[in-house]
Every structure is written in C-alpha cells, then in structure tokens.
Design a protein around this ligand. Structure first.
Ligand code: MG
Ligand code: ZN
Length: 370
C-alpha cells in the first residue's frame, strides 16, 4: 500500500514538472516555445514602406519595439520576382512554388499549412485582411488551388477549412456564385455567426465561430474611411482567441499597402502602412502582457520600388524635404524585413529564404513537418 502511494505521488510530481517545463523551454536546445502565434503580413511592405512610419507618423513607430530582425529573399520557382500567392504559400507551407499558386507546390500538389497543422492540434485559428478574405495572401493559409483567381473555389474551401474566425471583405464570393448555394447559410450551418454589418462591439462567444464579411470585395481604402477596422478586428480576434487553452494562430494582413504601390500613390501607401503600424500596437500590447505569444511581422515582397527620395528643386537636391517616388507599378525583388517579438523571436534573425519562415514556426512550435 505504501509503495502504491509513493508511486502515485511520484507520478503526480512528474506530471506537474512536465507541465511546467514543456511549456516554453526545451531542455536540449534552450529554445523558448510560444503558446500562440500572430503572423502579420504587410502586403507589398518593403523597408521603404516600413520607413514611412518614421517620417509620416506622429509618435514612435511600433516597429521600434522589435529587437529581433531578419531579412528574407522571396524568389519563386517560376520567375525572379514573386507575387502574393507564391509569397504567402512559402510562409504558410514551407515550399517555394510558382506565381499564382495557392497552398500548392510547383507540381500543383496541395501542401499542408501551418494553420492546418496547428488547428489539427486543437488551436483556434483566425484570419483578418483588408482585401477580400479569398484574396491570395489569406487564401494561402487555408486553400489549395492551382490558381489564385479561382475565387469561388477558394471561398468554398474556406467554408470547410479549420478556421474559427475571419474578418475582411469578399461577401460576393459567398453569395453570387455559379452554383445554387449561398455559402453564408452553409457557414451558419457550420457553427458560424455571420456578420455583414460591422465588427461586434461585444465580446464574442468562444463556443462559436465568427465570420465578418464587411464589403462585397476588398475593404475600403483608409483614404475612403475604412477607419479602425484592422486594429479593431485584431483586438476582437485576440480577445476571442485568448480563451483557447491550447493556443491560437492568427494571421493579419495589411493587404492594401500593395495596392497603393501598384497605383504609385504615395499617400495610399503611407495611410495603409500607418494603419498596419497601429495594428502592430494591438498585437504587441497583447504579446507583452501575455508573454507567451510570438509575433512575426513581414511582407511577401515590395511593391512599387518605392523610394523616399530627397526632393529636387531646380535640379538641386533639397535634403530638407522627402518626395516619395516609385520605380515600377509592379513588385520588386528586394530582400524583405522580418520582425519578431516574444518566445522564439531569436530564430528569425539572419538572412534566409521566405519559405524558412514556415520552418522556423514549425521549429518553435515543436511540430513535426508532415
Ligand atoms: Mg495580399
Ligand atoms: Zn501586388
């Protein structure tokens, strides 16, 4: 009997010790492991776009809060310069693929994403974008299609994907379809509260899933009065996700930094980047308090070849003034900064390939790859 009690006590102590140590410190490597991941992607946000938060923002840039910084090279398999689909698929699933690929490798074979891997382990997952939610960047985390323009198919896949919360535009892809089916109804049947009017001001029920589809296609620009959608949706999602005991994965995209670059509209780029910076504040404040959340901030590529040039007046450089200028209406091939904060952040230092961001997330979360 005594022996039995002793064994039981030993077992209890072992379990207690294990639960203290698995959380967040692997004894072999000394690597800290987070409970949650927030991946923030500024589409088209190169170093110059990041720099605008130092010249056009009142107050400190939130990028200054990062101590662990790296760079990624983003060349796809098909071209020299990447698009958002192959760029996001590289982060999401760890493969280099062709431009236009959504969650598939260069042979169009579906590849498992970090969101799917974590969802399978019981994590809550969420996606927020200022584009439509079926646009290339968010789609690469939950969909698998040979072409980024298969929006109807991507919307269908989202309905059946292991996503608990999403917010952005794209209502028309769920409603105006070639088949006779309204996927907003299907979402409701699958446990979603579907909201097309606006973000909820109340706390969300953690037992339910939540969809906020707030525009037919992309969300309005900041210049058209989008307001605080991105930081507010991020805050709403974090309050909802924090209820999960297992942990969560949240992807937030500042989608329209890219669109400002394509339009060669410096004010468009700046307003969208400042909105993204404000969203960083929400994510970093959460992580600073929580102490168990890894925040990763990066971009798929740079858009516009933006330069913060000194102004030129009568052929002379005027170094007291910046005139932003663009070198292209398309993407550029520049290396892209990666900023990380929280347990595991040190893994993101150095210069590496875009698909290694997936490898690093897998490593810090101690997942097995396939
Ligand atoms: Mg995008
Ligand atoms: Zn683009």
């Amino acid at each position: 009997m005594k022996q039995y009690t002793y064994t039981l006590l030993l077992a209890a102590v072992t379990v207690l010790l294990a639960s203290c140590t698995t959380n967040r410190l692997s004894s072999e490597t000394g690597m800290k492991s987070p409970k949650n991941i927030i991946l923030l992607i500024g589409d088209g946000m190169g170093l110059t776009q990041v720099s605008t938060t130092y010249y056009y923002k009142e107050g400190e840039s939130n990028f200054s809060r990062f101590k662990h910084i790296g760079l990624h090279q983003n060349q796809p398999t098909s071209h020299k310069v990447t698009d958002s689909a192959s760029g996001a698929t590289a982060f999401a699933a760890g493969v280099k693929t062709y431009n236009g690929a959504i969650g598939v490798d260069q042979d169009t074979t579906p590849v498992r994403t970090i969101l799917e891997m974590l969802a399978a382990k019981g994590y809550h997952t969420a996606l927020i974008a200022t584009s439509s939610i079926v646009h290339a960047t968010p789609a690469s985390l939950y969909a698998h299609t040979a072409s980024r323009s298969s929006y109807e198919e991507i919307a269908r896949q989202l309905v059946y994907a292991p996503v608990n919360f999403f917010a952005g535009g794209g209502t028309k892809f769920f409603v105006e379809r070639s088949e006779i089916v309204n996927y907003l109804d299907t979402l409701q049947q699958r446990g979603f509260q579907v909201n097309t009017a606006g973000l909820s001001s109340k706390r969300l029920n953690p037992e339910e899933n939540h969809a906020f589809l707030l525009a037919p296609d992309g969300m309005p620009k900041m210049q058209e009065g989008r307001g605080d959608f991105l930081p507010k949706a991020t805050d709403l999602a974090l309050k909802y996700l924090a209820k999960d005991e297992d942990g969560f994965f949240l992807m937030v995209e500042g989608s329209q930094i890219d669109w400002g670059g394509h339009a060669n509209d410096a004010q468009y780029v700046i307003q969208e980047t400042l909105d993204f910076d404000k969203t960083l504040e929400v994510a970093l404040d959460f992580a600073a308090k929580d102490k168990n959340t890894l925040v990763i901030v990066t971009a798929d590529h740079e858009t516009g070849g933006l330069s913060l040039s000194a102004s030129t007046i009568y052929g002379q450089g005027d170094y007291s003034k910046i005139t932003p200028s663009f070198s292209t209406g398309n993407h550029s091939a520049a290396l892209i900064p990666v900023f990380a904060y929280g347990p595991g952040a040190e893994q993101f230092m150095g210069i590496y390939q875009n698909n290694e961001i997936f490898d690093k997330m897998v490593k810090v979360m101690k997942l097995s790859k396939r």
